[in-house]
Design a protein. Structure first.
Length: 108
């Protein structure tokens, strides 16, 4: 999985997940889970690694994938990687996801 091929979908990790994120390998498989009852964002998509939540798909991206993910039967996974230090330093983003092979189509 070359970084140049990855679609760079940002993950909002925040302080609550930083220790889990730091323990992840540089590349891994992420599981996406729609959270329709999330109290702050009705289009929340949790990102899990090894069964543990490590953050959320950035809201501006989640709105396009939430409904297709929420009705999809089965587990949805995608390649993921920890961000480079320069990514984190300039944006605060800790993880990137590759949605290029998702079995879902984003809605406009």
């Amino acid at each position: 999985m070359a970084a140049s091929v990855l679609q760079r979908i940002p993950v909002v990790a925040g302080v609550a997940y930083i220790e889990r994120v730091r323990q992840l390998p540089s590349t891994f498989t992420a599981t996406l889970v729609a959270e329709p009852d999330h109290r702050y964002f009705r289009h929340a998509i949790a990102v899990l690694a090894g069964g543990e939540r490590v953050g959320y798909v950035a809201p501006e991206v989640a709105v396009a994938y939430f409904d297709p993910l929420n009705v999809h039967s089965g587990t949805v996974t995608c390649p993921a990687r920890r961000s480079d230090y320069s990514d984190h330093e300039t944006s605060g983003v800790e993880l990137f996801l590759d949605f290029s092979a998702l079995p879902l189509t984003a809605v406009a």
